[in-house]
Ligand binder design. Sequence first.
Ligand SMILES: [Zn+2]
Ligand SMILES: [Zn+2]
Length: 270
Amino acid sequence: MTRRTPPRPLDVEALFPEVVPFRREAVRLHPRAGAPTCGDSSVGGPLLWPAREPWPECSEHRRGSPMVPVAQIHRSDVPDVVPFPDGCDLLQVLWCPCSHEGGWVVPQVCWRSAGAVGEVRQAPPATEAAYGQVPRPCVVHPELVTEYPSWDLPYELWDALEDRFVQVEKETGWDYQYHLSTAPGIKLGGYPGWCQDPQWPNCPDCRAPMDHLLTVESTEEADCRQAWTPVEDRDARLDGPALVLGDLGGVYLFECRTCPGRPFTHRHDS
Ligand SMILES: [Zn+2]
Ligand SMILES: [Zn+2]
């Protein structure tokens, strides 16, 4: 079944034309519990991982600890919001779900060609994961949506618009930040789903600001974000990956698309 986010309840661009230059497209993955195969795009599902490559392990433990699948995305399954590297048509994201000093998870990003995988490696059994940090297997229902920056709105624009945001909320009940700007849940491209002040990273190699690749938020079901619930899910409980990241926060993956090897890093908040 497809998933359709309802249109924004207000005309954002007519009310706040200043945000139009900052419009971005994102792909909401809408993961729902299921039984994806390693050939499918998924969240928390089996990966198309070549048998000839070792399974990725986290080096932050005395003995290497196997990472767990977080997302696998075939290029052909998603609208074109993130450019895949030349020759690659598969994005794989894993993370170590164990406890770490100063953070909840340690992610790994891998781009590859699905056709070159050959024999597939089974994931090793997971070690003791921290609570809520292993996504349960979900099939995905990718959907293209339009976003406007919330926490990422430049300070001077926020200052210029704040009174109008307040006024519009008073008149309509719709809040710019929660209901009109960025989509909750797990998404490719668009704006990170920060729930606190942005900590946008610079590339360790070229020092330029990195690009947002993927947001993994604990849930897409926050009460205040009813405006973002797909029409197909209105009357149902969302049966998603059941992640609990910190106090229902998120993990945000960034990459540099100009440096060789696409360096990546992550941020998180709670
Ligand atoms: Zn680890
Ligand atoms: Zn760079």
